[in-house]
Structure formats: C-alpha cells, structure tokens
Design a protein around this ligand. Structure first.
Ligand SMILES: [Zn+2]
Length: 578
C-alpha cells in the first residue's frame, strides 16, 4: 500500500535502512555521476518501487549481479517510478545513474553568481520531494535512513554536508570528501553544498560556514548561536544531533533557512549587521526537535513540523529577547497568515491544518497556514490546558515520537491520552479540518505591539523614529491599510527605500506597490535581481503583476532573472505570473 501521496514507496515492499552514495560532482556538465547503494532493514524479494525525477538510470545490481528494472514514464509531481525486481533474500541494491542538469533539488551557480566571483557553487534543497532528483530512493519521510557519502569534487573547492565529516583526501585535480550520518533522517533532510567555503567556530558545538568574503559578517551576525542552543535545551531537553553548524547560502537560496540536521542552511538576507533577523536561526534550531526528531509522516501533516517549530521559536524568542519581541513576531506572523488565507480564498481546502494532497504539488500548497495557523492552534491548546500541563504534554510527545514520523491522527490520539477532553474543549476538529482561522484563535498582545497598531496609516513620530527596531517597522508596514495615503508613502520613501534590512525593505516595497506608488519600481527590480528568497520574490512579483502598469515589467524581470533563481522558486513565480 502507498501511504504517502507524494511517493511510490509501498509498505508491502522492502524498506531502506541506509544509503551509501558515491558521486562525482561535474560542474562542466552540471551533473552528478553516482552510485547509490540502498541497504534494506531486512532482506526481501519481489518488486521494489523507488522515486526518481529526471535521473538517467544506467544499471541496477544486487549481490548476485545485474537486476532487471523498469524506469516508468514520469508522472506529474511524483516523477518516474523505478521498479526493480529483487530475487528472494536480497539485502541491498546498487543503482548506477546520472542526475539531470535540471535536477529540481540542485542549483548550479556560475562563479559570477557567488560572492567571490571566481569558483562555481552547488547546493541542494530536497524538501519537500526533491531528494529523488539527486538519489533514487523511497522519498517519503515515513522511512528514515542513515547514510554515508563520498563526493568527488574539484580540489580548489570544499564540500559540506548535513552529516559528520570523516575525511578529505586529494589526488591530482580532485578531492574526495567523505561523510557519515549516524542519526536516521527523512530523505528531505539529505543536504550538501560544494564551493569556495571557509569556516569559523562560534562555540564548542557550532561553527559558521560561508564564502570567505561573507565569513566575517556571518560570524558576527550569528554570534548568539550557543546561547540559543542552551535556551532550546532548557525547553526541549538535550540536543540530539551533536553539532549545530550553519551554512550561509548564496543569495539565490529559495528559503529563509532549511533545518538540515547538523548543518542548517541560512539565507544571507538575514545578515542585516545588527542581528535583528536572527529569529530565522532560532526557527531552524527549534526544528532539531520539532521536524527533525519528530517528523511529519508526509506533506499532508506539514503543520506538525512547522506549527510546532513556530511555537517553539516564539517561546525561545521570549526567553532570549523578551515577551514584547515575541509578541511582535506573533503579530507579523498573523498578518502573513491573513495574507495567505486571502491568497487561497478559492482553494479553502489548503487552509486546513490536515490537508489532502493527492494530485497537489507540495510546493504549490506551500503557505503560512501550517506555520501560523499551526502556531495559533498550539497556543489555543496551551491556553486551554494551562502552560504547565501543555509543556509536560509537549515533552512527552517529543519523547514518544523521537526519531519517528507522525500523522495528525497520532497527534490527536496522543493529546487525548495525556489530556483527556482537551481537544474537544479547544475545538480541535475545526482547527484541523476546517478552512480559515477559528474564532478562538489567540490574539498576540503587548504594549509595544499596541503602540504600533494604534498608528494605522499615520506617520511614526520622532520618538518612534528614534527607537523602533526593524521588527516594529516590519509590523507597522504589514498592518497599514492599502492603499496607504500618498503623503505617508512619500515620507516613507525617503526613509525606507534605501534600507538594507530585507524584511523592512520588502515589507515597504510591497506596501508601496500595492498602493500604486510606482516610484519604488526600480528598487523592487533591484531586489528581484539580487536575491532568490521566495518570501521576497512572491509578494514583489505578485504586486508588480497585479498592477496593469507594471505587469510587463514583472514578466521582463522574470525573463531576465529566472536562470539565477533556484528551480523551486522558478516554478513558484511561473505560477504567480500565469
Ligand atoms: Zn520551518
């Protein structure tokens, strides 16, 4: 039976326990030439269905030699099923293959697209269902694997992986880098990067990696990391992944961060110089427990990863930076949720926490709903159950599902056992299976927040101008009614268009464009040509495309920059412009 709508994995077949990958990274052809050995939890026989996307399969072998296989035609969303016939008692198979230059998980950067400008760069982004474009495997988070990997790369470069480094050897123009991943992971957490990389220690178990030109600024920005890990351990218990290293990505990285275990990937757009945007690090760190230890069984239960992580993130922000700071973040989150609820007004089924995604690409379903509605639901549950009872429940949930995957039904059963009647009291069915935001959603409150909200579309006074943090600016801009008054826009233009804090800048550009204030089009165009983070691309392209006067500009900009965006971002923006 297939239990994940986004995978051919069938639970009547053998199950992979570990992967041994050898791959040669070829920047000239933008391909990996690789062999992947899949070792099964128990030897078995019969058919094995693996997920692949755009892979050229050359041979499949088992202990007894060549095995018969069929690579079926690709289906939309899923990719191509690789069916292998296994003789009874087969303990492993090895697939020899090549990736495509268009592999959806991989972005190959030309030297000109890097900070250094001399060496090329390669990185992977496997969530949600892109691991199959790099490795043929059972690409479902229900099946966790350990792995070892050997990457052959140009000697001038370094490879990093969300795994433990074993060794590097050099011969001729090549270097071989070996890694092992002792903790079992869902395949979407398989991750690596190759480039001109340097590292600096942040503490005993954390280090930041970046291109040399970025390293100093990155180390300064992320200097709070050890303190964050300590705070998270107080909330959740011991950190189970040994190291929490950070890789500062090139600007085209499509997300704010990706919680790859042992090596979180972070967008360089959070490097504001004043540590004002490091909540992204707190978020990715929290995933070490929620998401990476306790993992959604498939994309239909994504809120179990993200809602829990936003809940944890805001608790940590409160602990580290105070209650006002956390409340501002919650209010910004609520605004972005409301925006996405409006965006999905004709697809209300995607605004449920428990979704049904057969025939739906998880990248198309992506929104703030699992994050912010999930967060609001957990806060409602916390308020109904009481802080202590809820925290005790949360710890028992993390303990019971440690290194396992979970469904929303598992969640319901677990809460019902520990806190009988609580789900009914909070109206859990409406939260989980209803569209939109239930009326009992908690409203974030704080004095600082109330002061910002009271302004509406009036201009901030001298006191605010002198004291506001970027977070207050962001909230003020997000909450302002559209179209904003012309005089307000003109005054803000002088102050914000030159901002280098991306959260503030993009919130401002979005407000200006949505208010028909076209003086900012050149600055918006500049941003779209500089970064590839979808959080910024989507609102700016949407705003430009919804105004008839700038629709052509949106298309021109996309035509010019599409090649420099990650394949996942490219697909999303194609959807926006369609
Ligand atoms: Zn997350």
């Amino acid at each position: 039976m297939r239990r994940d709508p986004h995978s051919y994995a069938d639970d009547s077949q053998v199950e992979t326990a570990s992967l041994a990958l050898r791959a040669r990274v070829d920047f000239a052809s933008k391909t990996l030439a690789a062999e992947a050995q899949l070792v099964f939890a128990r030897p078995g026989g019969g058919r094995l269905d693996l997920d692949t996307r755009d892979l050229a399969i050359e041979r499949v072998v088992g202990p007894g030699g060549e095995l018969r296989f069929t690579l079926h035609p690709a289906e939309p969303i899923l990719g191509a099923r690789l069916a292998i016939e296994l003789p009874e008692g087969t303990p492993w198979v090895r697939v020899h293959y090549r990736t495509s230059p268009h592999a959806s998980a991989l972005q190959w950067l030309e030297p000109a697209q890097t900070a250094g400008g001399v060496q090329p760069y390669l990185f992977s982004q496997c969530q949600a269902i892109h691991a199959r474009s790099v490795v043929p495997l059972q690409d479902t988070p229900r099946i966790r694997i350990r792995y070892e990997a050997e990457l052959a790369i140009p000697r001038a470069l370094k490879a990093v992986m969300a795994a433990r480094k074993v060794e590097r050897t050099e011969t001729g123009d090549d270097a071989i880098e070996r890694f092992e991943m002792p903790q079992p992971i869902p395949p979407y957490l398989f991750a690596f990067a190759v480039g001109d990389l340097a590292a600096r220690d942040l503490g005993a178990r954390s280090r930041v990696w970046a291109e040399p030109a970025m390293l100093e600024r990155a180390a300064h920005e992320f200097s709070d990391t050890e303190r964050m890990i300590a705070a998270a351990e107080e909330l959740f218990g011991p950190y189970d992944w040994e190291r929490f290293d950070i890789l500062t990505m090139p600007p085209s990285f499509p997300y704010g961060g990706m919680e790859n275990p042992r090596l979180t990937f972070i967008t360089p757009t959070v490097i504001a110089g004043d540590r004002s945007l490091v909540s992204v690090i707190v978020h990715e760190l929290a995933h070490s427990w929620t998401g990476n230890l306790v993992t959604n069984a498939n994309a239909e239960h994504f809120w179990l990863n993200e809602g829990f992580t936003v809940y944890a993130e805001r608790h940590l922000l409160e602990k580290l930076y105070g209650a006002d700071h956390a409340a501002l973040h919650a209010a910004i989150g609520r605004s972005s949720l409301e925006e996405d609820l409006a965006r999905f007004h004709d697809r209300p089924e995607l605004t449920r926490l428990r979704t049904h995604l057969a025939g739906v690409d998880p990248d198309d379903a992506y929104s703030q709903v699992p994050y912010e509605k999930g967060y609001a639901f957990l806060r409602a549950l916390e308020q109904t159950a009481g802080q202590d009872a809820f925290t005790a429940w949360l710890r028992s949930w993390l303990r019971e599902y440690r290194f396992r995957s979970a469904t929303t039904e598992d969640f319901e059963a677990h809460v019902e056992r520990a806190l009988p009647g609580m789900l009914a009291r909070v109206g859990a069915r409406e939260w989980l299976d209803g569209a939109g935001l239930p009326a009992n959603a908690p409203v974030p409150r704080s004095a600082q927040l109330a002061a910002v909200e009271a302004l509406g579309s009036a201009l901030p006074g001298d006191r605010e101008l002198a004291s506001w943090t970027p977070t207050e600016w962001e909230l003020y801009l997000a909450r302002m009614p559209r179209p904003a008054p012309e005089a307000t826009l003109r005054a803000l233009d002088g102050r914000l268009t030159a901002s280098t804090n991306y959260e503030v800048l993009v919130a401002w550009l979005q407000l200006a464009l949505e208010s028909g204030y076209r003086a900012v089009v050149p600055r918006a165009s500049e941003v779209l040509g500089t970064v590839g983070r979808m959080k910024y691309l989507r609102p700016l392209y949407t705003a430009l495309a919804s105004d008839p006067a700038t629709r052509a500009t949106a298309r021109e900009l996309f035509a010019r920059h599409a090649a420099s965006y990650h394949p996942i971002a490219r697909q999303v923006i194609e959807g926006v412009l369609a």
